[in-house]
Design a protein around this ligand. Structure first.
Ligand SMILES: O=C(O)c1cc(=O)[nH]c(=O)n1[C@@H]1O[C@H](COP(=O)(O)O)[C@@H](O)[C@H]1O
Length: 320
């Protein structure tokens, strides 16, 4: 987590831009501009639409990354959006991660994996790379991944080991931002604790051997911006655990609401906004369908930059 913390200090900005593209979030003319090129490349024409959208996702992301790389420390590509397009989408995911890393950004792969130990060990290659050993290579280019703790310790240990070996991190779901999160996470245990509080204690334990120079372990926690009070209590309960805080903006989370999730030095949390940044162009009032693809991408980039700056300034205003 020390690399992430350095990047946050460098940019003086504890926020991360979520790269969650969908067809609705990419201007139509940008997608259309790849039609000919893709039609020539694919053997099976039924694959063309997914291939075209995948290329458009990458170019959309590249424009956004270029526009925010000097403002934010990190990006969080959400693999679901890319998986939805099949293998071409996965390529766009990996290319996005690689490009972001080349621009000096910390890349948090939102892959939310979780399974029995032997399978978790395979998923952990997201961090350790493929064919670990002499011929290892890293097709994913991620600095961290998100992990689901439902299977318990043996589903997490392979990720902690891989993260430790590769100087990377994981973020474990503790208190998620979504409306139904209470169905399981708020259940009361015989001890009187809530399920998410128990998970929080497990997460502190999973990270205990990996605490870095800044006092935070390699095992972070995901705590939704939509739960300000619980997030504040978790901050006190998890002194060595860095927080990823999604739910800002589109899901209703605010800078005031997340302020309590930071430590006394204004560190300890990274706040995510995806649609609020990458979809800002739609609310700019400047878009028109008759624009060229290049102009539309410029608008996407300029709007994302403004939204990222606003988010940074709003967070700075509530931090010490
Ligand atoms: O792990 C996450 O990042 C995550 C956890 C959570 O509790 N809530 C949550 O929204 N997320 C992710 O954060 C992003 C939020 O997107 P926006 O609501 O568009 O900002 C999506 O990629 C979600 O999958």
């Amino acid at each position: 987590m020390d690399r992430l913390i350095e990047a946050i200090e460098d940019k003086q900005n504890p926020s991360v831009v979520g790269l969650d593209p969908t067809e609705a979030l990419v201007p139509k003319q940008v997608v259309a501009s790849f039609a000919e090129e893709i039609a020539e490349q694919v053997e099976d024409p039924t694959e063309a639409p997914a291939a075209q959208l995948s290329v458009a996702f990458f170019e959309f992301n590249r424009a956004i990354i270029d526009a925010v790389a000097d403002i934010v420390p990190a990006v969080k590509p959400q693999i679901a959006m890319y998986e939805a397009l099949g293998p071409a989408g996965i390529d766009a995911y990996s290319m996005t991660c690689e490009y972001a890393k080349q621009q000096g950004l910390y890349v948090l792969g939102d892959v939310k994996r979780g399974d029995i130990g032997s399978t978790a060990a395979a998923y952990a290659h997201h961090l350790s790379g493929v064919n670990a050993g002499e011929h290892a290579f890293d097709p994913w280019h991620e600095d961290a991944v998100t992990v689901n703790p439902y299977l318990g310790t043996d589903g997490i240990t392979p990720f902690v080991e891989a993260a430790t070996g590769a100087d990377k991190d994981i973020f474990v779901l503790v208190r998620t931002s979504n409306p139904s999160s209470s169905e399981l996470q708020e259940l009361e245990l015989a001890s009187g604790e809530r399920v998410y509080e128990h998970v929080a204690d497990l997460v502190e334990g999973w990270g205990a051997e990996t605490i870095g120079a800044n006092g935070y372990s390699r095992v972070g926690a995901v705590v939704g911006a939509t739960h300000p009070e619980e997030g504040k209590a978790l901050r006190a309960r998890m002194p060595h655990t860095f927080f990823l805080v999604p739910g800002y903006g589109a899901q209703g989370g605010t800078a005031q609401g997340v302020a309590g999730m930071f430590d006394k030095d204004g560190m300890g949390a990274l706040v995510n906004s995806s649609r609020g940044i990458i979809g800002a162009w739609k609310k700019s009032g400047k878009y028109s369908e008759s624009m060229s693809a290049d102009d539309a991408l410029d608008l996407v980039a300029e709007s994302a930059r403004e939204a990222a700056k606003d988010m940074r300034d709003n967070l700075r205003a509530v931090l010490p």
